[in-house]
Design a protein around this ligand. Structure first.
Ligand SMILES: [Zn+2]
Length: 145
């Protein structure tokens, strides 16, 4: 098996409601997703993807469509965060981007969310090997399905 990795970034607000320190404040990050997929090389002669695991351009398109475009410049809020829900509760999608999720939006949980967003869109022959989400340049989480 050969692995390839593609990277995208997006900007997003969040907070960690029960955090003992400053992460309980609403704030934002430039998130970075490094998606590593693996599989056998495409062998069909003359195929556009001959010699590839999965076309980098196609990987990027899936990452943009199912992660970046879902939440870029938006706010990800835990459904149990009653304070944030009260701020954003009456907002509609066409006003601004708020995504309510069933988990606290830590880098760890966001990496698992990215996996769930992406897995259905890759063929069975391609494995998602690692989903790395950077919350800051020095802090990241790895979700290994
Ligand atoms: Zn944060």
């Amino acid at each position: 098996m050969i692995e390839v990795t593609k990277v995208i970034e997006w900007d997003m607000g969040h907070r960690v409601p029960n955090h003992k320190s400053k992460c309980r404040n609403p704030h934002g990050h430039r998130y970075r997703l490094e998606l590593t997929v693996g599989g056998d090389l495409e062998a069909a002669a003359g195929n556009s993807s001959e010699g590839m695991v999965f076309d980098f351009g196609d990987i990027k398109e899936l990452m943009i469509q199912h992660v970046h475009d879902v939440i870029d410049h938006g706010f990800m809020i835990y459904e149990g965060d009653t304070i944030m829900r009260s701020f954003f509760g009456n907002c509609h999608d066409d006003e601004f981007c708020v995504l309510v999720v069933p988990f606290i939006p830590t880098a760890e949980n966001i990496s698992a969310w990215c996996y769930q967003q992406l897995r259905p869109h890759f063929p069975d022959s391609v494995d998602i090997v690692n989903v790395r989400v950077f919350e800051t340049p020095n802090s990241w989480a790895d979700y290994k399905p």
